[in-house]
Design a binder for this molecule. Structure first.
Ligand code: ARG
Ligand code: ZN
Ligand code: CA
Length: 242
């Protein structure tokens, strides 16, 4: 079944203003972007530098929009402590989190574009949260984060990927074919960007698990693919999605 995983997606929209109540077409644009990025069908996949052509991956996961839930609230920002996932805190409880990916779309605040729960956590808070201004590719989606890559990055975490720099200087992301990075990269780094970590590798700044602008991230690696698909394998923490 690996390589043919299909993930039903429930999008939970929490809005105060009408612009936060994003359109169906903006929601679908995000599903479309996820399908492109996870199937090597993104139109910038061919920009992957030749030195990484042997490891650039077609992950082979399909996302299907299952339901959209909308709720008007009086909150202007939701933070990062999961209130949006709880009906009793004014949010929306997840729908069937063991078989569907729940995405909450709301204003997070604090300059946060999105955040995710790793596999193995409580099902009551499982899923990813994306700020409405960085969700999808149309409507209120705002440059330089208007290519849907915040969700690609957060779904990467939801499938067990770490940041490519390992969250510390020259840290470990537990993926063999991604180079060791000094730290997060931002904006649109010029190529090649050399690490000062052991061996001075060229950093894979165009990887979805870095922090570059949406236009400057366009690949997962084979090692990342293997780590993600392992989550859905028998005995894995998301085996219930099969
Ligand atoms: N959790 C990260 C943040 O909020 C997401 C970064 C996504 N990067 C992007 N280019 N869309 O900063
Ligand atoms: Zn992240
Ligand atoms: Ca690595």
């Amino acid at each position: 079944n690996m390589g043919t995983i299909t993930i039903p997606v429930v999008v939970n929209v929490l809005y105060r203003t009408s612009s936060e109540n994003i359109s169906q077409s903006q929601i679908q644009s995000q599903i479309d972007a996820l399908n492109k990025d996870f199937n090597a069908a993104n139109n910038d996949f061919n920009q992957v530098p030749a030195i990484f052509s042997g490891v650039k991956a077609n992950v082979g996961v399909t996302f299907v929009l299952d339901a959209v839930k909308r709720k008007q609230t009086s909150k202007s920002s939701w933070g990062t402590r999961d209130a949006m996932k709880k009906t009793k805190r004014g949010g929306i409880n997840p729908t069937s989190p063991n078989t569907k990916l729940n995405i909450w779309v709301c204003t997070i605040g604090g300059g946060i574009l999105g955040y995710a729960q790793f596999p193995g956590g409580s099902s009551s808070t499982d899923g990813v949260v994306i700020d409405s201004r960085y969700f999808g590719t149309t409507g209120t989606a705002t440059a330089p984060f208007n290519k849907g890559r915040t969700a690609t990055h957060e779904v990467g975490h939801w499938m067990n990927l770490r940041h490519i720099w390992g969250d510390t200087n020259c840290g470990n992301d537990f993926v063999i074919d991604t180079p060791t990075h000094n730290t997060a990269n931002y904006g649109c780094p010029s190529y090649p960007h050399y690490s000062t970590c052991s061996g001075n590798p060229v950093e894979m700044t165009m990887n979805y698990m870095d922090y570059t602008d949406d236009a400057c991230m366009y690949m997962f690696s084979e090692g990342q693919k293997n780590r993600m698909l392992a989550v859905f394998a028998p005995g894995g923490p998301r085996a219930s999605f099969n």
